[in-house]
Design a protein around this ligand. Structure first.
Ligand SMILES: Nc1ncnc2c1ncn2[C@@H]1O[C@H](COP(=O)(O)OP(=O)(O)OP(=O)(O)O)[C@@H](O)[C@H]1O
Ligand SMILES: [Mg+2]
Length: 278
C-alpha cells in the first residue's frame, strides 16, 4: 500500500520558488488502479516522481508498506510519455535490460522476456530495432520492460499521450487485461479524463498550483469498461470541476489582451479538450 502523508514540494530556481505540491494526502491500496488528472502544472508528475523516489519532498513523506521511500527501487517501475528505449538494442534486448537492472536471475530471462513480449503482442517483433517499430509498439515494449521484473507498483506518467486515439484505445484494452491478470498497484497520470475513467478504480482530481487534491472519485463500473454511456457520465462530472481548475491556470498564464470565452467555456485548442483526448 502507498501512503502519501502531508506531502509538500518546492522547486527553487533563480526565478524564485514554486510551491508545486501542498499538503497532499493520498492512499493507494494494494492492487488498486488510481488515475491522477488535473490541469497542466498542477504537480501530477512531481507527485509521481516523489512516489518513484526520483524527487525528494520538502515536507511530509511517502510510505510503501509502512516504509518511507527514500529513492528509486525495483519494486516500483516507471513509464513516461516517451518510451525511453535504447535505439541500438532490439526489442528483446530492451526488455532484457530491465531484468538485468533489477538483478533478475539470468536463468529466467529467456522465459520472462518471451512471456511479457507475448503479453503485449510483440513476440513476432522481438528482433526488430526500436527505429523499425511504431510509437504504439514502442510504448508496448516499454510496458513489457517495466512489467518483466515483476514490480509491485507501476507508475505511469502520460504513457499514451503521444499516441493516436485508435492506438491508445488498443493499449487501454491491453493495460486493462494485463492489470486484471497481474493486479499490480498502478498510479497513472493523464490529462485525458476519458482515459482515467476507463482505466481507474479511482480518479483523483488535482487542483491548480499549488497542487492539492480536489476530488477523489470512485469509478463504480464493471470491467472491461466499454459502455460508453457510463464512462461519459463520470467524464462529464469530473470535467465540470476540472474546467474550473484549467481556467484558473489559463487566467494566471495569459496576457491581459486575451479573454476567456463566455459562460466559462475554455476556447478550442486550449486544455479544454481533455475529455476525449487532446
Ligand atoms: N525541476 C523543476 N524546477 C522548477 N520548477 C519545476 C520543476 N519541475 C516542475 N516544476 C514546476 O512545478 C509545477 C508542477 O510541475 P509538474 O511537472 O509536476 O506538473 P504537471 O501537473 O505534471 O504538468 P503537465 O500536465 O504539464 O505535465 C509547475 O509549476 C512546474 O513549472
Ligand atoms: Mg507532467
Amino acid at each position: 500500500m502507498i501512503r502519501v502523508e502531508h506531502l509538500s514540494k518546492v522547486f527553487r530556481s533563480r526565478r524564485g520558488n514554486t510551491l508545486a505540491l501542498e499538503e497532499i494526502d493520498l492512499t493507494v491500496g494494494d492492487g488498486e488502479f488510481v488515475c491522477l488528472v488535473g490541469p497542466s502544472g498542477c504537480g501530477k508528475s512531481t507527485l509521481l516522481n516523489v512516489i518513484a523516489g526520483l524527487e525528494k519532498p520538502d515536507a511530509g513523506r511517502v510510505l510503501l508498506d509502512g516504509k518511507p521511500i527514500t529513492g528509486p527501487g525495483f519494486e516500483r517501475s516507471v513509464m513516461f510519455q516517451e518510451a525511453a528505449l535504447f535505439p541500438w538494442l532490439t526489442v528483446r534486448k530492451n526488455v532484457e535490460f530491465g531484468l538485468e537492472l533489477a538483478h533478475w536471475p539470468k536463468a529466467e530471462w529467456k522465459e520472462r522476456i518471451e512471456r511479457y513480449l507475448r503479453m503485449v503482442h510483440l513476440w513476432r517483433f522481438r528482433d526488430a530495432y526500436v527505429h523499425e517499430i511504431s510509437g504504439g509498439m514502442k510504448q508496448r515494449v516499454a510496458l513489457a520492460r517495466a512489467l518483466a521484473p515483476q514490480p509491485r507498483v507501476l507508475l505511469m506518467d502520460e504513457p499514451f499521450a503521444a499516441l493516436d486515439a485508435q492506438t491508445r484505445d488498443v493499449l487501454h484494452n491491453e493495460v486493462q487485461e494485463l492489470w486484471r491478470q497481474s493486479k499490480h498497484t498502478v498510479v497513472f497520470v493523464t490529462h485525458n479524463v476519458r482515459e482515467a475513467v476507463r482505466l481507474g478504480d479511482r480518479v483523483v482530481l488535482m487542483g491548480s498550483r499549488p497542487g492539492c487534491i480536489k476530488e477523489d472519485v470512485k469509478i463504480d463500473l464493471a470491467r472491461p469498461r466499454d459502455t460508453e454511456s457510463d464512462v461519459a457520465r463520470y467524464v462529464a462530472r469530473i470535467m465540470k470541476v476540472l474546467r474550473g481548475e484549467v481556467e484558473k491556470v489559463i487566467r494566471e498564464e495569459i496576457d491581459d489582451a486575451w479573454e476567456l470565452a463566455p459562460q466559462g467555456r475554455v476556447p478550442p485548442g486550449s486544455a479544454g479538450g481533455m475529455g476525449d483526448g487532446i
